[in-house]
Design a protein around this ligand. Structure first.
Ligand code: HEM
Length: 418
């Protein structure tokens, strides 16, 4: 089957874990949007939503009808075990499952307990730090003439921001980034020991931070951790591992997406010299606009899952208790019905009235403000400091993945001054 053209209807099959889909999902999404927008996979008792309106309809239901009780990224083994009409809601008893598996109100309680430093006002205060980090990286990288835009530029800066938030020495930024990246790699066997424990090193790192903070005493001055240390959930405090498991989502979300969007987005500008010139004409005004289009088209996260908690319907499709639904973000983000006939193209000043790239509703990305600020600064400083650059396409790496399908490595060359 050709990977660049839409698969023929008769032979079509979509499985998010199949090697063909993990290598290039876009032709599959095109087909799904056009012919089978709500696609049922009997093996997993799961629907895939590929059109913008259906995704938005589902995410707008916030009453607990759709809750990720099987996890937001369940592995195929878990999905093959069907719920057969019954769902077992997670309880707050020790050990607490990952917080994303809860619906309202527990999910919201855990979210509010740590989200303070990610709110708009708090994030704005990080602007100078991020700009400083971006420039320090560029001071180091530009004289080399060639470097990796994803990992060496945005990756390290994004990880440094997480170090700053979590009071980890900045010298650990590379370790943090490597740990997140290793966790996000998709094994050929998603149920291998490595795959199932892929974020263990990160949990251990954050457990250490929580343990130390507990000893120091939580006085509210380290809100990311203190809020969860002081929280009483159904009459009990959380242990260090439970708090760490809640917080690693911030580090993962904060380290892996923005760098890929920035690197890919800069490449799009390089490929469209007229758009590059237009953005460069007024970086301060234009970069925030262009960065939204970069998020829309270059976001690497493919899908997240929900489990149906009570009989319902989406887009006219009946769904029963226990069935799963995944929403295909890059497909919805390319839906011609929402973004027009050139929806698969990069257009820096596209008017984006609505988007699902940060999800919507209960699980709306808590890193939204940071993502826009950080991404904007990374793009702006790069364009300000680098008058010309060329992405080395032949050496670019985009690893197969059911989840984070984005440019893992994007080497770039820049002219070096004598
Ligand atoms: C362009 C960058 C980003 C994109 C496109 C993005 C996208 C998303 C999406 C789609 C979700 C929803 C997952 C679901 O519905 O199950 C999400 C959740 C989340 N994101 Fe982001 N994200 C980005 C950056 C960040 C950053 C910078 C952080 C950290 C500061 C972050 C932290 C989180 C967290 C903690 C959640 C879970 C929220 C919850 O369940 O309450 N993200 N993100």
């Amino acid at each position: 089957m050709s990977l660049t053209t839409e698969p023929a209807r008769a032979e079509f099959g979509y499985d998010p874990f199949s090697p063909e889909v993990m290598a290039d999902p876009l032709p599959f999404y095109r087909h799904l949007r056009e012919h089978q927008p709500i696609y049922y996979m009997p093996e997993y008792d799961m629907f895939a939503l590929s059109r913008f309106d259906d995704v938005m309809e589902m995410l707008s239901v916030t009453d607990g009808t759709f809750v990720p009780t099987d996890g937001t990224l369940p592995d195929p083994g878990a999905l093959r075990r069907h719920n057969n009409g019954t769902v077992i809601a997670p309880t707050t008893a020790e050990p607490l499952p990952p917080y994303s598996m809860f619906g309202p109100p527990v999910h919201e309680i855990l979210r509010q307990a740590h989200v303070g430093p990610l709110r708009a006002g708090a994030v704005r205060r990080l602007a100078d730090f991020i700009r400083e980090q971006a420039n320090e990286r560029l001071d180091l990288l530009l004289p080399r003439g060639r470097f990796d835009l994803t990992q060496h530029y945005g990756g390290i800066v994004a990880a440094a921001v997480q170090c700053h938030l979590f009071r980890i020495p900045l010298s650990e930024a590379k370790y943090l980034l490597d740990t997140v990246n290793a966790g996000s790699l998709t094994d050929e066997d998603p149920q291998s020991e490595r795959s199932l424990n892929r974020y263990r090193p990160l949990v251990e790192l954050v457990e250490g931070i929580v343990r130390q903070r507990r000893k120091q005493g939580a006085d509210g001055t380290f809100p990311l951790v203190d809020g969860l240390l002081t929280l009483e959930l159904d009459g009990r405090k959380l242990n260090n591992t439970e708090i760490a498991q809640t917080l690693i989502v911030v580090i993962i979300g904060g380290s892996e997406t923005v760098p890929k969007v920035v690197a890919h987005g800069l490449w799009e500008l390089q490929r469209h010299p007229d758009q590059m010139a237009a953005v460069r004409a007024d970086l301060k005004t234009n970069v925030p606009i262009a960065f939204k289009e970069m998020v829309r088209l270059c976001g690497p996260a493919q899908w997240f899952a929900r489990t149906v908690q009570r009989p319902t319907s989406i887009g006219g499709q009946a769904m029963n208790t226990g069935q799963r639904v995944i929403f295909l973000i890059p497909s919805a983000a390319r839906d011609e019905r929402e973004y027009g006939p050139d929806s698969e193209e990069f257009r820096w000043n596209r008017e984006i009235k609505r988007w699902v790239n940060f999800a919507w509703g209960n699980q709306f990305c808590t890193g939204y403000h940071l993502a826009l600020l950080e991404g904007g600064i990374l793009v702006e400083e790069f364009l300000r400091r680098v008058p010309e650059f060329e992405v080395q396409e032949a050496d670019a790496v985009r690893l197969p993945s059911f989840f984070q399908w984005g440019w893992n490595e994007l080497p770039v060359t820049v002219p070096v001054e004598d």
